[in-house]
Design a protein around this ligand. Structure first.
Ligand code: CTP
Length: 407
């Protein structure tokens, strides 16, 4: 999806081995529709060449303040006035220290200092050795930058180029791309805690078999990403799915409906929104066998007795916090036919102010979907689009309802 069309990104590279990831990041930004102007420090040339970054960004890289292309000799002003966002990736410990002190001794530091604070957001993706990252001086500088309005992205933990292990690795290019896209989304859920259920549940029959369904979890994960982009703290309770957790989202993996209910109850006391997208199994075998059920050759099939699972959404919708307006509950309905009638009936049955209908077989596993939003007064169709586009529209709709005091 071209989510950065008409956005101009200043991509700053400072000296560090993580520069190899910046090449891929530049490619992803371009693929998303952005135009990218790369600016490098002198030291960066030890790790990656301007030729590589020029080929990927389709623009000549800037390294010097005295670049002959600028007739007014003011590259720092010109570059920082035409950009929509500035991302320094990788951002070395040395560069962080310089930014924290407002130093301006090369083009990249200069343009960071010269940028209009209210017009050009600055994101930094730190990358350094674990001891450098932990050092009080670095942590002090990072805290200062955050106070100054810089968005300091996290670091990841793992094996480092130097052979040591720990925090300080730069985030992956795909995560950085998501962070850039997120900065352009309206912060309509700032201060909210959104709790989301997603994916199928798995109800064990014996240690090797169980009952589940075809839900991929993609819609729920897209909503988690959209809620986080909108500034919310997000907890995603996921059944068994193989999807990457959206950056910045707290994920709790569960298996059965009972596990899902337990995890949701633990988080519900601080949540202000619940969005139940999970395709929770309606029934579970009354007693899962401890040993694998064997075929005995007689042709007899085992008789399984099922019991009903707890209804997570209905339980939460009836809680005191939902009833007095502290928790806004949104249900989903995956139907095969008569979507509007089923969604209207289900909204009333579940006791929720908003229910989102979709056609199950047409959406399971797909990257796009169509939604039908049903509330007390009517319904609204969101036509077929990518799940992330629909998720953003749904989050904007929920944010409007919350701010207008809907219960
Ligand atoms: N849901 C839930 N717990 C359950 C069953 C459903 O939280 N045990 C939630 C789903 O996450 C969804 C909504 O309730 O938000 C509707 O789910 P759905 O499976 O469509 O509804 P059912 O109650 O199972 O109704 P039916 O099987 O008749 O369609």
């Amino acid at each position: 999806m071209k989510e950065l069309v008409s956005k101009h990104i200043l991509l700053g590279l400072t000296g560090g081995i993580a520069c190899y990831k910046s090449a891929e990041l530049c490619r992803l930004l371009i693929k998303s529709g952005a135009t990218v102007q790369v600016v490098m420090t002198q030291a960066t040339g030890q790790f990656i060449t301007p030729v590589t970054m020029q080929a990927l960004s389709h623009r000549k890289v800037y390294v010097s303040q005295w670049d002959a292309r600028e007739p007014n000799n003011m590259a720092h002003i010109n570059l920082s006035r035409e950009a929509d966002l500035c991302l320094i990736a990788p951002c070395s410990a040395d560069f962080i220290a310089k930014l924290a002190h407002g130093q301006a001794d090369d083009l990249l530091t200069l343009l960071c200092l010269a940028r209009p604070l209210d017009k050009l957001p600055l994101l930094i993706a730190p990358a350094m050795n674990v001891e450098m990252w932990k050092h009080p001086a670095t942590q002090r500088n990072v805290a200062q930058l955050a106070r100054d309005g810089t968005y300091v992205l996290g670091v990841s933990c793992g094996e480092q180029a130097c052979g040591e292990t720990g925090d300080g690795r730069m985030l992956e290019p795909a995560q950085l791309l998501d962070e850039v896209i997120a900065r352009f989304q309206p912060k309509s859920l700032a201060g909210q805690h959104v709790l989301i259920t997603a994916g199928p549940t798995y109800e064990a029959i014996d240690p090797v078999r169980g009952v589940t369904n075809l839900s991929s979890g993609k819609m729920g994960f897209a909503i988690a990403r959209a809620a986080r982009e909108a500034g919310a703290a997000v907890t995603l309770v996921a059944g068994p799915v193989s999807l990457t957790t959206p950056y910045g989202v707290q994920r709790i993996d569960v298996r059965s409906a009972e596990n899902m209910l337990e995890a949701v109850m633990q988080k519900a006391s601080t949540a202000s929104v619940l969005i139940a997208t999970a395709a929770v199994a309606d029934w579970r075998p009354m007693q899962a066998s401890e040993q694998k059920i064997k075929k005995d050759g007689s042709g007899q099939v085992p008789m399984l007795t099922f019991v009903e699972n707890p209804d997570i959404l209905a339980t939460l919708a009836q809680s005191a916090r939902a009833q007095n307006g502290e928790l806004f509950c949104v249900g989903f309905a995956a139907e095969s036919h008569d979507l509007l009638a089923h969604a209207q009936a289900k909204r009333v049955r579940k006791g929720v102010p908003l229910l989102v209908g979709n056609i199950g077989p047409a959406t399971f596993g797909q990257d796009d979907n169509a939604l039908l939003l049903v509330d007390e007064v009517g319904h609204l169709e969101l036509p077929r689009a990518s799940k992330i586009s629909l998720a953003r529209l749904l989050i904007a709709d929920i944010a409007r309802r919350i701010s207008s005091g809907a219960k």
